[in-house]
Design a protein around this ligand. Structure first.
Ligand SMILES: [Cu+2]
Length: 110
């Protein structure tokens, strides 16, 4: 069925896309925070509960994203990525336990 729809050309494809957009609920997003040269970029992120933060550590050092209120403590090994699914709403200031002047903020809406 999909193949036959695709062969009906561009207008059918656009109609299919519009139907999909109307019927599929907004899904969780993945937001990338890159760590490079001992800083989080972007340093402030707005997200929603259910979204995922993909921490991409480009440094040759391990880092952490540690919430000041201890809500989370994500260890970011050197030259690797780690995912964190957001489960709690709030404004979370975080820092790196190894380099405490590395700071950032996650604003998580319900
Ligand atoms: Cu660090």
């Amino acid at each position: 069925m999909l193949t036959s729809l695709l062969t009906q050309g561009r207008s059918a494809a656009i109609a299919l896309a519009l139907v999909a957009a109307a019927t599929i609920p907004a899904s969780a997003e993945t937001i990338t925070v890159t760590i490079e040269n001992l800083s989080f970029n972007p340093a402030e992120v707005k997200a929603k509960v259910g979204d995922t933060i993909l921490w991409v550590n480009k440094d040759i050092l391990d880092h952490t994203a540690t919430a000041r209120d201890n809500s989370f403590d994500v260890i970011q090994s050197a030259k690797s990525s780690v995912s964190q699914t957001l489960t709690k709403a709030g404004t979370f200031d975080y820092y790196c336990r190894y380099h405490p002047n590395m700071i950032g903020r996650l604003i998580v809406e319900p």
